[in-house]
Write a protein that binds this ligand. Structure first.
Ligand code: SF4
Length: 425
């Protein structure tokens, strides 16, 4: 009898990374590996890294050290954005056996077959300019909802961002392939799909039969809406300049696309938006929010915002604060700017002191809290559909309304993966 090899995963960063870890895990499981807990013993450890995380290298080093103490004979594989950006740096960490860049992460099965512990660290990474293939991925959370990656990479040049360097140019799946994945997911019981990508609104670029393919995000959501089996879709995040009025109107009239948008703003001051090399000004953002609210007064709107970008003065920040304060949005995701190698932002002066960055972050987080409270209060007394997830969190379960209000309630097995009419109180 042969004993199966075990593999354990640790993911840093975004939903895209989580969906890719899930896919890598399924590839290894299909090859006979058994998935096990990262804090336990495994034959192979895979760390999927992120370049946005502040201390990517520190975190990575700590994780490898932990593995080395616990299981010095195990194989350690590092992949993800940080592995693409700094392969040599990662390879120099003692205990790392294999570094897989953007083009190689889904070939992990083959790489592991030809690797022996004790060999010198192998780096499999190519120039990001040469990465043009698309690999679909999805993560499954107890079969309730899934993050389905439909697009990868980005052709923009935002001054603070390393993602284009880590993930390459914009490319995506075909509408036809996405529909096939959605059917498979529906057949396995998934009720909600969250469409995920780096720059989702840019969906449609790719190759088919060696020829350039031109499809649009609008075509994708129309096709998914017409598909039987999936009850809910969400759009994980979409750039304001790519959120067309026809998409907003379509979502408003769709029963399947949930009234929920997440739209990066990054700054509420036009001068800073210009320096950030963003492709819109705040007036456009305000127009989009107003249009969404006109069609769907109950719609949840989340906002990404960065504080402490170089040259952001107190006045610039106050401008952002006031703009967000007056905007009919539901919650904010606040990021503190931090320096990234090879980005254009490094050339912009003056730098904002770190303590000021943190103060600004706190102010916006407080504002976010108030916005969320206000948004929830507006819906009290209404009955909305909640999709409950399967995790039993110390006797409690969680779910979200169509418009993304989180509900926590004592665990009831019969509600798992079910749409329940819920009166908001
Ligand atoms: S749109 Fe800008 S922030 Fe987003 S991934 Fe592309 S370059 Fe980065």
């Amino acid at each position: 009898m042969t004993t199966s090899k075990t593999v354990a995963f640790h993911t840093l960063g975004c939903k895209l990374n989580f969906s890719e870890t899930s896919t890598i895990s399924r590839l290894l499981e299909q090859d006979g590996f058994v998935k096990t807990d990262f804090d336990g013993l495994a034959d192979v450890y895979v760390i999927n890294t992120c370049s946005v995380t502040d201390n990517a290298d520190k975190e990575c080093r700590q994780l490898v050290r932990r593995i080395q103490r616990r299981a010095p004979e195990s194989m350690v594989v590092i992949t993800g954005c940080y592995a693409q950006l700094k392969p040599e740096e990662i390879a120099s960490i003692e205990g790392v056996d294999l570094v897989l860049g953007a083009a190689e992460k889904f070939n992990i099965v083959d790489h592991l077959k030809t690797l022996t512990k004790g060999d010198s660290t192998r780096i499999c990474s190519c120039d990001i300019e040469d990465v043009s293939s698309f690999h679909a991925s999805y993560s499954l959370h107890d079969r309730t909802r899934t993050f389905l990656k439909v697009q990868d990479g980005c052709d923009y040049t935002c001054a603070f961002c390393t993602i284009p360097m880590a993930r390459g140019k914009s490319r995506s799946d075909s509408v036809e392939n996405v529909l096939t994945h959605a059917r498979t997911l529906a057949a396995s019981g998934v009720k909600e799909i969250v469409l995920t990508g780096v720059n989702l609104g840019d969906f449609g670029k790719g190759l088919q039969g060696g020829k350039k393919r031109e499809e649009t995000f609008f075509e994708l959501i129309q096709a998914l809406d017409a598909l039987d089996g999936i009850e809910r879709y969400r759009i994980s995040s979409i750039e304001p300049n790519l959120l067309s009025n026809e998409i907003i109107e379509f979502v408003a009239n769709s029963r399947k696309f949930m009234p929920h948008f997440h739209i990066p703003l990054q700054s509420g001051n036009n001068e800073i938006l210009g320096l950030m090399r963003r492709r819109y000004r705040r007036e456009l953002y305000a127009e989009k929010v107003a249009l969404i609210k006109q069609f769907m007064p109950h719609c949840a709107i989340g906002v990404d915002v960065i504080v402490g970008f170089p040259s952001e003065s107190d006045e610039h920040f106050r401008d952002t604060y006031d703009f967000l304060h007056g905007l009919d949005v539901s919650y904010l995701h606040v990021f503190t700017y931090s320096e990234r190698a090879n980005t254009h932002a490094l050339e912009i002066q003056p730098v904002v002191p770190v303590n000021v960055r943190h103060e600004r972050n706190k102010m916006l987080r407080n504002l976010s809290h108030k916005k969320m409270q206000y948004f929830t209060e507006q819906h009290l007394g209404q009955t909305r559909k909640v999709l409950f997830e399967g995790h039993d969190k110390e006797g409690m379960m969680e779910g979200y309304t169509d418009n993304y209000i989180k509900i926590t309630t004592p665990y009831r097995k019969e509600w798992v993966n079910g749409l329940v009419d819920w009166e908001l109180r």
